[in-house]
Design a protein around this ligand. Structure first.
Ligand code: SF4
Ligand code: SF4
Length: 177
């Protein structure tokens, strides 16, 4: 049975998806009991590294603003609640405030994707943690003005998005993988 808390979560999350589309996380680690469901659906490509089993984001089960394996979603997905959702459920943040923060984060993500379409064609939907791995370091940017010119239009929305995520969506302890 869906209770009030689940209904509040579902309605806010349906308008968001930032923890599924690669904005907040670069990958999702699986637990032993999770393997069967996602594998059966065939939607998610499971990867192994050492003892860790995970899949990358953007999650391929996230389509049309919904999780296509919602009933079988992995434990970490089931358990995750961002700070914004917790505050909304606790009525610290209103629906309108929550929507405004989600809209801002999504708009910044779209701006980043638009610049990536030009810089890295075909990889414009990569996760933000993957973007952070390819952007030049501050030192490289200081040394090479052409790099600054090339990446400037990505770095501005990227920096604003990281601030937005850190301020409204993440607990201080949870940083993206
Ligand atoms: S980031 Fe928060 S509000 Fe958005 S879908 Fe995930 S848990 Fe829901
Ligand atoms: S399995 Fe579902 S809940 Fe988990 S990241 Fe993918 S779309 Fe989101």
């Amino acid at each position: 049975m869906i209770n009030d808390q689940e209904t509040a979560q579902q309605s806010l999350c349906l308008s968001c998806g930032l923890c599924c589309d690669g904005t907040i996380f670069g990958r999702v680690q699986l637990k032993a009991d999770d393997i069967l469901g996602p594998l059966k659906s065939g939607l998610i490509q499971i990867e192994l590294k050492g003892t860790k089993t995970f899949f990358r984001q953007p999650c391929s089960a996230y389509r049309e603003s919904c999780c296509q394996i919602y009933e079988d979603r992995p434990t970490n997905c089931r358990d995750y609640r961002c700070e914004l959702l917790k505050k909304y459920e606790a009525q610290v943040v209103t629906w309108e405030d929550a929507q405004e923060k989600i809209r801002r984060a999504r708009k910044l993500r779209e701006e980043i994707s638009a610049t990536l379409r030009r810089l890295t064609p075909g990889r414009d939907d990569m996760s933000i943690s993957a973007v952070l791995k390819i952007v030049p370091s501050p030192e490289e940017l200081r040394r090479d003005q052409t790099l600054l010119k090339k990446w400037g239009s990505t770095l501005l929305p990227l920096s604003a998005l990281l601030d937005c995520l850190q301020s409204h969506f993440k607990s201080r302890k949870s940083l993206p993988e």
